[in-house]
Design a protein around this ligand. Structure first.
Ligand code: OOG
Ligand code: NI
Length: 458
């Protein structure tokens, strides 16, 4: 088949993320309210900030401000993870990063399926934070076996979706005629099913072991558990959520507010209690409820180098050691104050971050500004204006933040710290592929852009 006849994976991803957004707004109306609030705050921020508006317009980002940046799912078995990898590959999303959530007492490990290149990320940034349940971390071996049995009976990808995935793999892509049905079928995997696959008693046992286990094991598939638009002012949205009858989690996760934003700041609204029907032998289903689905917002800053990231991890650990957030969100204000205080010594301008090797940049050349006597030294070239360093946006996730989002939506804002039991090897074996190293992607973009810019100035 002629390759040009294929729909670009970036376009398939756009079809998919927009279908997912429509479905989720119908399933979780409060998410639609959050989106409205985000739109309102973004509009106000742009109106108050003409320079920001100009920058976003110049980079073509204004039109896409409202599209979702990410979603999240939780899978039950290694086979499911391998299948989902193949499904996302059709949409140009690949596994980047390994996140061990067991450090926060959550029995999963995760990756993010995301576009790899800057142009694909620009075109449509949608990615999916994907977790795999670790039954080996459940203490009750009998319950783990029950869970494994239940999971072994479900098929999360429809037959038609499977056919189209195989077709895309063997032909190297999907035509526009096939992409539509593929997206429709793929959506089925992530739909909410209010009928549980277990009886009430089994649900209760799973739930007692860990709420997350009940969420993963008791349903027909890995329902999308949140979507996340981008906000230009996360503190404003956090503060205004209650005015719209939305209950935010206690604190914004990640670094504090900064002049030169770093990494990723996130917050979410608490998961809603939803009606569920449990199966019962010889009688109609028994009504109950389940909480799992929520809405989140994010604000992204510059990607940090390993050196910058080590500083970040250290300052965050100090903050968390100094102030413990309680299950009802107690000490939230003290925590935010401590976070500001701890991060005060961390350089807060892009120039300093670059000069100290703490963050990743992308370089471009302005040949008419080459200084007299030419130079190959990036600092000299930057000073003269011949070389411009733009911050690279952090496109990944943060394990401690992710744990905080999980926690809050499992019913408690309480901070928890456990020993690490990371097992990237087992995760990759399940995935059927290695995960890519996010740091390598940023470093390559930086190095490639610098050599191209220097060539442009030579
Ligand atoms: C995933 C929580 C983590 C994020 O943005 O860090 C997450 C989940 O609750 O399944 O979405
Ligand atoms: Ni999220």
């Amino acid at each position: 088949m002629d390759k040009t006849a294929f729909m670009h994976p970036d376009d398939i991803r756009t079809l998919f993320s927009s279908a997912m957004s429509d479905m989720y707004r119908k399933e979780v109306p409060q998410y639609g309210t959050l989106m409205e609030l985000v739109r309102e705050v973004n509009a106000e921020t742009l109106a108050a900030n003409p320079a920001l508006k100009e920058r976003l317009a110049a980079s073509g980002e204004i039109g896409r401000l409202d599209v979702e940046r990410h979603g999240a799912i939780r899978l039950g078995t290694p086979a499911e993870l391998a299948l989902i990898r193949r499904m996302f590959a059709v949409m140009g999303m690949y596994p980047v990063g390994y996140y061990d959530l067991s450090v926060a007492g959550i029995p999963v490990h995760s990756t993010a399926f995301r576009p790899l290149t800057e142009s694909s990320l620009q075109y449509n940034p949608f990615r999916v934070f994907t977790s795999l349940l670790r039954l080996e971390l459940i203490e009750d071996a009998g319950l783990a076996e029950t869970a494994a049995n239940i999971l072994s009976r479900r098929q999360i990808v429809t037959g038609k979706a499977m056919e189209l995935i195989e077709q895309a793999e063997s032909n190297g892509g999907l035509s526009a005629e096939d992409a539509g049905p593929f997206v429709t079928e793929a959506l089925e995997t992530f739909r909410w099913h209010s009928e549980a696959t277990v009886d009430k008693e089994t649900y209760a046992r799973l739930h007692d072991a860990h709420r997350l286990i009940a969420d993963v094991v008791s349903f027909k598939g890995p329902h999308i558990n949140h979507l996340t638009p981008r906000t230009l002012d996360i503190d404003a949205v956090q503060q205004r959520m209650p005015q719209r009858n939305i209950t935010p989690k206690a604190v914004v996760e990640g670094p504090p507010r900064r002049s030169a934003p770093i990494l990723l700041r996130q917050t979410s609204f608490k998961a809603l209690e939803e009606g569920v029907l449990f199966i019962e032998e010889d009688q109609a289903g028994q009504a109950g409820s389940h909480t799992a689905r929520f809405g989140e917002i994010e604000q992204r800053g510059v990607a940090l180098t390993p050196k910058g990231r080590a500083r970040y991890d250290d300052l965050l650990a100090r903050t968390r050691a100094a102030v413990q957030i309680g299950p009802q969100g107690e000490n939230a204000a003290d925590y935010m104050a401590e976070l500001e205080k701890q991060f005060a010594p961390f350089p807060d301008s892009f120039d300093e971050l670059r000069q100290q090797g703490l963050a990743y940049f992308r370089y471009r050349a302005v040949p008419c500004k080459v200084p007299a006597g030419k130079s190959e030294n990036p600092d000299t070239l930057i000073e003269s204006g011949a070389l411009i360093a733009d911050p690279q946006t952090y496109e990944d996730f943060l394990p401690v933040s992710a744990a905080g989002i999980f926690q809050s939506n499992l019913g408690s804002d309480e901070q928890s710290n456990y020993d690490t039991t990371a097992n990237q090897e087992a995760f990759e074996a399940a995935l059927g592929a290695p995960v890519l190293d996010p740091m390598q992607l940023y470093a390559k973009t930086e190095a490639d852009s610098l050599s191209a810019a220097l060539r442009g100035l030579a």
